[in-house]
Every structure is written in structure tokens, then in C-alpha cells.
Design a protein around this ligand. Structure first.
Ligand code: HEM
Length: 370
């Protein structure tokens, strides 16, 4: 199969793998591939066997100690410190600002009757929101946006520039604390807890890496689902209360993150395969979320599916820290879209280009009419 076809539609391949090769070793990627719901969940829940620590050569040390790449006890300490400041209350307090930013972004295109949904709305919104949460001064926003864009394409220079920027901002906030996340993270540190300067910088970068492109693709993928299932979209317009369930179904049906990696600490068994110690394991949440053994009509977009125990945010101790923020952003943006652009539809005469990655699922650009 052509790679571009796989980026667009990996689901037929997943179905075949769930059926015939649910766990196998892929020599090309030097990783064990895991596709079934129960196996993927098992890997997420057993961190003692399936470690998040990347085994790297000793000279490569940057950002490998951050939250998502650690195991307990280090992970427990970091997660509890950042969890104290990245709270549901802080996220909920942002709702009016997220709505305002969404309205402003739509204002700039409404009169045109068309836009690129990714470029005009889904890409800028999460970056602006995270800049506000962190407390990036307004005058630094364009640099910040530039580096964030670089981070998405894994540009090493952008990551270094962003890390330098955060180092300076941290020094500044240590001198003059403000009411932002960075100041609170420092305070947690200075109250006798253990966030080092490097851990603070790492966490800020992780928020950008983990939060921006994922939320962008959740928004774009929602439009793809609504476009493919016009009856569901009509139902949603009739009953906007369905939106939270609809968002969960988008997360299941077109998961923004399709796969994650782990590393075996000991020999183990999954779906009757023996995986030796010291091996990389790739869990395919995109495949688990379409597993018929777990979800009725798994290949259909069922807008009011409930319950919906998808694994799009992971599971267990590394469960996405930003899930409440991603859900809130999606709810606000999509409800404003339903209200202001109820006739939104994708321009049909252009082929959509999907992000060139098997781990990330979403489109690069999404021309829509409204
Ligand atoms: C739809 C949007 C999002 C999706 C699909 C998503 C997905 C995920 C997944 C699958 C994990 C688990 C990683 C693992 O098990 O190794 C994760 C962890 C994480 N996410 Fe998200 N994420 C989203 C949005 C966000 C946002 C908005 C933020 C913050 C601004 C964020 C911050 C994090 C962090 C810090 C972790 C690491 C947690 C830990 O290791 O304890 N994510 N995310």
C-alpha cells in the first residue's frame, strides 16, 4: 500500500492486523506491533513491564527525563507537582478566553464564506491558548508561534530556541511572580518540592509538543467526521447537547494520536506471543479504538456512543494530562462553529492531504465553505 493511502486510511490495515497478526515483530521499525484493544490497554496499564523510558545512548540527554518519558517513582513526583498547578479549575477558568479567541479567528474570515479550517482556526487556537496559560507576554507571541510551528515538525533549532526562551522567562518570573502557570510551577518548586530548572523547562516544552498538534487534529478530524456522516452532523445541529459525546466519538473514530511506544523491562507475553526484555513495543490506539471485540459497529461513527472507553488519551499513569483542556477547547470551538457556521462543508473538488505520519492522524489543510 502507498504510504499516503495509509496516512489517509490505516483502518483496513488495522482490521487485518487485529485479525491475523495482533502482535508481531516488525524488523523495519525494530519494534513489536500491538493492535487489539485488550493488549493495548494491558501495555498502558503495566508500566513495570512496559517502560516509558527511552533507552538512548548516554550523550543524548535532552528532554528524555520529561514526564512522558519517565517511570515511577520519578514520574509520580513530576506528575503530582505539575498536576497541582495544571488543574481542572485553571482549565475551566479559560473558557471565556477560548471563546473570545475562537470568535476573533472566525471574525477574520466570516465575510469570505470560505476558509482553510486548519490554517485559520485549528492550528492557531491551541497555540494561543497555551501561550496564555503559560503566561507568555503578548509582545513575545509571534516568536512563540514561530518556534511552536518548528516544534511540530521536530526542528531541533526551534526546540533549543524555545528552551532558551523558557529559561529566560523562568528567571524573570522568579523575580516577578505573576498569576500564570510558570509562576505556580516555580512556587511548587520553591515550597520545598523538587522541580529543577531543567524539569521546569522540559515541562513547558512538553506542553507544546503534546498539546498543540494533537488538539489541532482533534478539531480538523471532527470536521472530517461530520462531513462523512451528514446525518450525524444534522442530529448534532438539532441537539448541540450531544457535543461532548460527539467529541469522544471523534477521538475514537479518528484518533489524533494513533500509536505510542514502550520498552519491555522483562520478558512478557501478549496474545500468545513472547516478547523478550529490552524490546520496543508500539501500541496502536487507532487500531484498538476500532476493535469490534470492544465496540459495536466499530467502523461506524456513532455520534451518541455511550459509554465510549476509547484509548485516544492513553490509559493508566500517563493518561493525558491535557485531556480536560483538549475537551474544553473542542467543545467551545465546535459549538461556536455550529452556531456561526451551521452550513460548513468541505470543498469537494480538492484531494485532502493527510499529515505524513503513521502516529499522527489529521489533514494538513482543510478548505471549507460556509
Ligand atoms: C486531542 C488532544 C490530545 C490527545 C489525543 C493527546 C494524547 C495523549 C496521549 C495518548 C498521551 C499518553 C502518552 C503515553 O502514554 O505515553 C498523552 C499524554 C500527555 N499529554 Fe496529551 N493529548 C492531547 C492534548 C493534550 C494537551 C492539550 C496537553 C497540554 C497542554 C497535553 C499534555 C500531555 C502531557 C503533559 C502528557 C504526558 C502525561 C504523562 O506522561 O504523565 N495533551 N496525551
Amino acid at each position: 500500500m502507498q504510504n499516503s493511502e495509509l496516512f489517509r486510511n490505516p483502518f483496513a490495515w488495522y482490521a487485518e492486523m487485529r485479525r491475523n497478526r495482533p502482535v508481531f515483530y516488525d524488523p523495519k521499525h525494530q519494534s513489536w506491533m500491538v493492535f487489539r484493544y485488550n493488549d493495548v490497554k494491558q501495555v498502558f496499564s503495566d508500566w513495570q513491564t512496559f517502560s516509558s523510558k527511552v533507552p538512548l545512548p548516554p550523550e543524548q540527554t535532552d528532554f528524555t527525563e520529561s514526564l512522558n518519558f519517565t517511570d515511577p517513582p520519578k514520574h509520580r513526583t513530576l506528575r503530582s507537582l505539575v498536576g497541582q498547578v495544571f488543574t481542572a479549575r485553571r482549565v475551566e477558568a479559560l473558557a471565556p478566553r477560548i471563546a473570545q479567541i475562537t470568535h476573533e479567528l472566525i471574525d477574520t474570515v466570516q465575510h469570505q464564506g470560505e476558509m482553510d479550517f486548519m490554517h485559520h482556526l485549528a492550528i492557531p487556537l491551541p497555540v494561543i491558548v497555551i501561550a496564555e496559560i503559560l503566561g507568555v507576554p503578548v509582545g513575545d507571541r509571534s516568536d512563540f508561534k514561530h518556534w511552536s510551528d518548528g516544534i511540530v515538525v521536530n526542528d531541533g533549532e526551534a526546540i533549543t530556541a524555545m528552551a532558551d526562551y523558557f529559561r529566560h522567562l523562568l528567571v524573570e518570573r522568579r523575580k516577578n511572580p505573576s498569576q500564570d502557570l510558570i509562576s505556580d510551577l516555580i512556587a511548587a518548586h520553591e515550597a520545598g518540592e523538587t522541580l529543577s530548572a531543567q524539569e521546569l523547562v522540559d515541562f513547558c516544552i512538553v506542553l507544546l509538543v503534546a498539546g498543540n498538534e494533537t488538539t489541532t487534529n482533534l478539531l480538523g478530524n471532527a470536521v472530517l467526521c461530520f462531513n462523512d456522516y451528514p446525518e450525524a452532523f444534522a442530529q448534532l445541529k438539532q441537539d448541540p447537547q450531544l457535543l461532548p459525546l460527539a467529541i469522544e466519538e471523534v477521538l475514537r473514530y479518528r484518533s489524533p494520536v494513533q500509536a505510542m511506544a514502550r520498552f519491555t523491562q522483562v520478558e512478557t507475553q501478549l496474545s500468545e506471543q513472547t516478547i523478550p526484555a529490552g524490546q520496543m513495543v508500539t501500541v496502536w490506539m487507532g487500531a484498538a479504538n476500532r476493535d469490534e471485540a470492544q465496540f459495536d459497529h466499530a467502523d461506524a461513527f456513532v455520534i451518541n456512543r455511550d459509554p465510549n472507553p476509547h484509548l485516544a488519551f492513553g490509559n493508566g499513569i500517563h493518561f493525558c494530562l491535557g485531556a480536560p483542556l483538549a475537551r474544553l477547547e473542542a467543545k467551545i470551538v465546535l459549538s461556536i462553529v455550529l452556531e456561526r457556521l451551521p452550513n460548513l462543508c468541505i470543498v469537494t473538488n480538492r484531494e485532502l492531504e493527510f499529515v505524513h505520519s503513521v502516529e499522527v492522524h489529521g489533514v494538513k489543510s482543510l478548505p471549507v465553505l460556509f
